[in-house]
Ligand binder design. Structure first.
Ligand code: C2O
Ligand code: CU
Length: 629
């Protein structure tokens, strides 16, 4: 069973145990001894079942069982055992003789066991990973207080020692509340601390070069951010935030080695706007993160971006100010860099972003099925992009194809594929190549099997059964080839990020956050690296939602998913879906000094805390720095 399956099973068993034990207590109160004994037996069985489930979950990693092993299982097991020892000897004779057995000595242990069982799901879902001393004390104190109140309600006076214990527990909780104070601001990942730097370089001064590479040219663009009503192909009108009045914004193109210069103007986006070059490892001062690398551009303002197009491939740009809302409203566009040595002669390039605009799925700028004519035999390169916050599933019917590149980076030995679905993570890109078949080809997105028809002669009919196609796995594709980074290290720094859902304080504001190691931005310690470090990162998803992880300014090399290394092509990514229960190991070289965002690209999750900074020793901030977009 999967990690998520076991996690859910544990939650279900804990809820069942809670219901059974509280049911036993209620039955005892109302004098139904036989029902009470049976319910107690059920409660015990569910608690024992949890032991088995947690034992099965353990090999997946300590992260997945920490709360259960250190707190909620011992609490549940101890109180259930106490209920058996204290209540059962009185319940059984009563059950046999048909007399009621509802005294405090029977009822209170049953209620206590029920409260303790309930602590399991509450700690897992509300507390999240890791269980802190505060959460542990709180769980014990609440269980104890509820038991005392029950005891009082059952009439006998509660001994002074009981109240004393409760008071002590409450004080301990208050004291442990100091654990809510932010942790050390920086995690050095086992490497040297920043030390004292005499001349830190301000991040805003880490700007792009002024000249293209030899043989390259300068590509100048101006993008004006403004509100506009866009009319979709279906005629539907959507109030959007746009670059140049269009969604997606103008496509920016360049050839490897060119210098890209983009002037951003903000006409009337009151929230402010920036340009972030998603997946493009630009100098830090060009990265477009408000409050970190620049201030957001306010209405009437401008900002000049400049970087060299050193990475060929499919990329995109988007605003990073209130990015959850801004990107959703339409502030994004494509960035495609052609390689110096051009692709096959006459290659037809089609770049299509899937995006949810005003509630409708749009592909490129079309909100409904469309056709495109291409001569049979033409080499086609479909550049598929996901600019949404959740995955999109693409299908290509009518042709065999190859996945030539992922996230702009070419794959090694990409083999022919057929009848498989491509699941693109939020922010991700797949380049799909094939010779145009005479019978045409049909591209589907999510539940719509023929969104785009590529037509050579007669229009292809609707494809059959794409919903059942298996999912393509990039970790088992292509052929092994030398990778840029040594998978075995040695690593200068190691970081672990456990992603979960839980209560956290974010900048002094309590919220039900998407957490990293139990904390929410800006209270997640920044990861510190030194220039040239080889860094290993473990990303663990303990939650029940997918988290598309994205590090700015660096390409990561996948080392393993759930302990298994990629069996084919090396995988170099900028965004990877960490699904519930998964553990990813990735590596990167700290070769781009700056201050960088490291976040979940489900931008709503990022907004609710799932973000942190990666900082280089010797680089200083220039702005207020707690924003990040
Ligand atoms: Cu496309 Cu900070 O991200
Ligand atoms: Cu997320």
């Amino acid at each position: 069973m999967s990690v998520t399956g076991l996690t859910v099973l544990d939650l279900v068993a804990a809820v069942a145990a809670t219901v059974a034990l509280l049911g036993a207590a209620t039955a005892a109160v109302t004098g139904r001894a036989r029902a009470a004994a049976a319910a107690l037996a059920a409660g015990l069985a569910f608690t024992l079942a949890r032991l088995g489930v947690v034992a099965a979950l353990w090999p997946a990693g300590w992260w997945f069982v920490q709360d259960k092993v250190t707190l909620t299982l011992p609490l549940a097991a101890a109180t259930a055992a106490a209920a058996v020892v204290m209540s059962l000897p009185r319940l059984l004779p009563a059950a046999r003789t048909g007399r009621p057995a509802g005294g405090a000595a029977v009822v209170v242990p049953l209620f206590a066991a029920g409260y303790a069982a309930a602590a399991g799901p509450v700690v897992t879902l509300v507390g999240g990973y890791p269980v802190s001393w505060t959460a542990a004390l709180l769980a014990v104190a609440v269980t104890g207080a509820a038991t005392l109140l029950t005891w009082r309600a059952a009439r006998p006076p509660v001994p002074r020692a009981g109240w004393l214990a409760a008071g002590t527990a409450a004080l301990a909780v208050a004291a442990a509340g100091t654990a809510l104070v932010p942790a050390a601001p920086v995690d050095a990942g086992g490497g040297p601390a920043a030390g004292h730097v005499h001349q830190a370089r301000p991040v805003a001064e880490l700007r792009g070069p002024r000249e293209p590479a030899p043989g390259g040219t300068v590509r100048r663009y101006t993008l004006t951010a403004r509100t506009a009503t866009v009319t979709l192909a279906s005629g539907r009108r959507v109030a959007a935030w746009t670059f140049d009045g269009r969604v997606p914004g103008p496509a920016l193109t360049a050839t490897e080695g060119d210098l890209v210069e983009v002037t951003l103007r903000n006409a009337d986006i009151a929230a402010g706007v920036t340009l972030h070059w998603h997946g493009y490892d630009v100098p830090a001062g060009e990265d477009g993160v408000p409050g970190l690398t620049q201030e957001a551009v306010r209405p009437g303002g401008t900002f000049e971006y400049r970087f060299r197009a050193d990475q060929a491939g499919t990329y995109w740009y988007h605003t990073h100010e209130v990015s959850d809302l801004g990107v959703r409203m339409g502030l994004y566009g494509m960035l495609v860099v052609a390689p110096r040595r051009a692709g096959p002669a006459g290659e037809e390039n089609i770049t299509l972003a899937a995006h949810t605009l005003g509630g409708a799925l749009v592909l490129g700028d079309r909100d409904g099925p469309f056709d495109r004519r291409t001569a049979a035999g033409t080499p086609v390169r479909l550049r598929l992009v996901n600019t949404d916050s959740t995955p999109h599933r693409f299908t290509l019917a009518g042709t065999r194809f190859r996945v030539a590149a992922i996230d702009g980076r070419d794959l090694a030995g990409p083999g022919e594929l057929e009848r498989v679905a491509l699941r693109l993570p939020a922010g991700g890109r797949y380049d799909v190549v094939f010779p145009m078949p005479a019978g045409g080809a049909v591209l589907g997105v999510d539940g719509r099997p023929s969104f785009l028809r590529l037509v050579a002669g007669a229009a292809p009919g609707p494809p059959e059964g794409t919903a059942g196609w298996p999912e393509f796995d990039p970790l088992a594709y292509g052929t092994p080839a030398p990778a840029p980074l040594p998978a075995a290290g040695p690593f200068d720094r190691r970081f672990t990020m456990v992603l979960d859902r839980g209560f956290a304080v974010s900048g002094g504001r309590p919220m039900y956050a998407h957490t990293v190691n139990g904390r929410a931005y800006p209270d997640v310690p920044a990861q510190l690296v030194g220039e040239g470090d080889l860094v290993r990162v473990t990303v663990v998803n303990r939650s029940l939602e997918t988290h598309p992880w994205h590090l700015h300014g660096h390409t990561v090399q996948v080392l393993a998913r759930d302990g298994r290394a990629p069996s084919g092509t090396p995988l170099l990514l900028d965004t990877f879906d960490v699904r519930p229960g998964e553990v990813w190991e990735v590596a990167f070289e700290a070769g781009n000094p700056g201050l960088w965002m490291n976040h979940c690209h489900n931008l709503a999750h990022a907004d609710l805390g799932m973000m942190l900074h990666l900082v280089y020793a010797g680089v200083s901030g220039s702005f207020h720095g707690t924003h990040g977009g």
